[in-house]
Design a protein around this ligand. Sequence first.
Ligand SMILES: Nc1ncnc2c1ncn2[C@@H]1O[C@H](COP(=O)(O)OP(=O)(O)OP(=O)(O)O)[C@@H](O)[C@H]1O
Ligand SMILES: [Mg+2]
Length: 387
Amino acid sequence: MGNGIESEPWVRYESKYIEEIAEVIRKKLDPKLLHVDDDIVGIDFRLKELKSLINSQLHDVRVVGIYGTGGIGKTTIAKIVYNEIQCEFNGASFLENVKESFNKGCQLQLQQKLLQGIAGQKIELSNIDDGINMIKNTLGSKKVLIVTDDVDRREQLESLVGSRNWFGAGTTIIVTTRDQLLLRYYGVDVTYEVKKLDNVEAIELFNKHAFKQNAPKEDYVTLSNSMVAYAQGLPLALKVLGSSLHGMTIDEWKSASNKLKNNPKKEINDVLRISYDMLDGSEKKVFLDIACFFEGEDKAFVSKILDGCNLHATYNIRVLCDKCLITISDSMIQMHNLIQQMGWAIIREEYPEDPSKWSRLWDLNDIYDAFSRQKQYKKTLEREEAS
Ligand SMILES: Nc1ncnc2c1ncn2[C@@H]1O[C@H](COP(=O)(O)OP(=O)(O)OP(=O)(O)O)[C@@H](O)[C@H]1O
Ligand SMILES: [Mg+2]
């Protein structure tokens, strides 16, 4: 049978077909759309290019790789295309931040999410192999759309979308990664590189955030052009820099521009850092606390803790949102990984070799190192006192 409904060579009960038809219609009428920011620029052309590579009408399984540097817009374009084409499939699942989930040891949860997103019910899994078998058995005859976002190792793909014959004809698998080589090793059919924004698009995005309009204010034109140049066509940097400068005086703009001009490296991290430097004391504390402890946590829960430390959660979280340093999605606080890494670097930089002196500890290895140093320090003191 066409229209995305599977037919089988043997006779099936009518009620089973009706159930399947109802399921397909339900998915088409009520697609689970992912949230995408409404300030996206230069997307039409890119989306057309990407969609021409996908072609979900094919009868085999299609694997599409999307690659590009951090903050360039891979996840964003993958979400947009997912929202647009998911109704052409019998089921769809978008697995966000695969790398991070694996690093946290949440492989099973990802497999569960994949199965649940498509089968519509929670499936208990006892281990990764059990998950693989379930994926094969449940999805083997279905035409599905799967996005594995931000992958950095082959094992991640192997446990989620290991082989084409796990899925039914017409299935499309989209993999996003910073690592083009990984796509080659995995054996994708086509690759799509997300390119940086051109100058016109970059100015448009920057202006949207810095001036809340398309054209810069008259006195700011030259400064705004140099800021756009520092962001190197990277949407993340354009947003963060633009929104941090919004409402600032011309002198504050000049000071930020000088900092970047005098920085020999001028890396994206240095551009993002300007936004941190422009925060006040308690905003900085909240920013660092979120980077180290609260990314992905519920806003109400985090607010309670921050308020308990006199950190004016409601106000400061709002400021960080306005400056595009965090976003709130489904009541969860989210921070882009490049911004989070900048936060970690800020804490590490004062005493790069000695975690026991850091203001915050978030990584198990550093915690272990810090306690070992403390223990060592205590022993030395005791020895000195005894002698
Ligand atoms: N075309 C665009 N126009 C406006 N903003 C964009 C565009 N593309 C991406 N962004 C914004 O830039 C930021 C980074 O985008 P995104 O998270 O998609 O990057 P990424 O390539 O997936 O990064 P990473 O490799 O770290 O996962 C997001 O805030 C997103 O909203
Ligand atoms: Mg991403």
